[in-house]
Design a protein around this ligand. Structure first.
Ligand code: ADP
Ligand code: MG
Length: 344
């Protein structure tokens, strides 16, 4: 048996590199604020074109770091004492009050689950773990059908009830385990963006793990130039560069985090209907939206639905999406009308 695990980090660093490459033609002008570090098991980059005089770089870094640490403490499944980890460990089937931040993400997750008829499902965690992509690091090996069926009985977003009035949640089954990896990064990007805006910053780029929010202009007073990667594992190149501003973008792909066993690629995106990693010809999907949280979740939802069903849904619901589909040794791009119109 041949097992190959491709690590995510190196490719994400590449993405950041590509962003740099696109954003600094000639490297002439330096951003007055350009902050990169690691959080949520991935990297982030924040750039500001014009920094208010009242704010120092160190002050702004600290404010951002504090915010990201706080969000991580609310939504990480890797942090044992995070609000989410405690909720996951809580065996109660009574109503449990949660923070506004956690509630907002759970609510959006439910909306995207409804929209995608369960293709997006934050309760898919036990299967993510079973396939070796979660915090419970297991060996990268395809599990047997019996184990998959067992874990499937613990899954279903509709088992998590939400009370909009009191910001509380209720698990219908004690085993329910929530994994916000496919949406929390997007929420964090939006929150950093709002923080910057509150501080009077109007020109910025916020990127966490490849999910982005762009506002105003870049350092050379142009729309931000954002690269979409070619969805190839190992090889690193740009598929295309988009001029973007005043919107959010998220990408999901099967080429960044997966393992291979006996020549079959197992992606970290799980189809909650089968309990197995997705297997179709969709290599990557990029979403443009008004919030990064929505873009992030929609990217995973459409990744699960695949090139046909996903494209159909995206067109019907007016989602701005670019599908990059494998065809023989090549990639074919397919954009929804809304994607084309957004770039006009
Ligand atoms: P990508 O950039 O490929 O979207 P993300 O990290 O944003 O990657 O999301 C993938 C993660 O989402 C997985 O590692 C897993 O934790 C979780 N996940 C996998 N399948 C689903 C699903 N069907 N619905 C919601 N979350 C999922
Ligand atoms: Mg994502």
């Amino acid at each position: 048996m041949v097992i190959k695990k491709i690590k995510r980090g190196s490719v994400l660093l590449l993405l950041v590199f590509l962003l740099f490459a696109c954003e600094q033609p000639g490297g002439a002008k330096q951003y007055p604020f350009n902050y990169s570090d690691a959080i949520m098991g991935t990297s982030f980059t924040i750039k500001v074109s014009v920094l208010p005089v009242s704010l120092t770089t160190d002050e702004l870094k600290l404010k951002i770091k504090n915010l990201l640490d706080k969000l991580n403490g609310q939504m990480s499944t890797y942090q044992q004492d995070s609000e989410l980890s405690l909720l996951n460990k809580n065996q109660s089937t009574q109503w449990i009050p949660v923070s506004v931040a956690l509630y907002s993400v759970l609510k959006e997750a439910k909306d995207i689950s409804d929209l995608s008829q369960g293709a997006f499902d934050i309760t898919v965690g036990p299967l993510v773990n079973l396939w070796g992509f979660g915090p419970a690091q297991m060996s990268y090996k395809a599990p047997g059908d019996k184990l998959i069926q067992q874990q499937l009985t613990k899954i279903g977003y509709y088992h998590l009830l939400l009370d909009d009035k009191k910001w509380q949640v209720k698990k219908e089954i004690t085993d329910l385990y929530i994994d916000l990896s496919a949406i929390a990064k997007g929420y964090a990007v939006d929150q950093v963006g709002l923080l910057l805006e509150k501080l009077g910053i109007v020109d910025y780029m916020v990127e966490i793990g490849g999910e982005l929010r762009l506002k105003g202009k870049n350092i050379v007073n142009q729309p931000w130039r954002i690269a979409i990667e070619k969805p190839t594992a190992g090889k690193r190149s740009i598929e295309k560069v988009l001029p973007l501003t005043d919107l959010s973008m998220a990408t999901s792909g099967d080429y960044r985090n997966f393992f291979e066993q006996d020549g079959v690629r197992y992606s970290h995106t799980i189809d909650p209907r089968s309990g197995k990693p997705i297997s179709h010809k969709l290599a990557s999907i990029t979403i443009l939206s008004d919030t990064t949280m929505k873009a992030d979740a929609l990217a995973t939802a459409l990744m699960v639905l695949g090139p046909e069903q996903g494209f159909k849904m995206a067109e019907e619901k007016g989602i701005a999406a670019l599908f990059i589909i494998k065809k023989d040794d090549m990639f074919v791009e397919k954009a929804t009308s809304s994607f084309i119109n957004t770039l006009r």
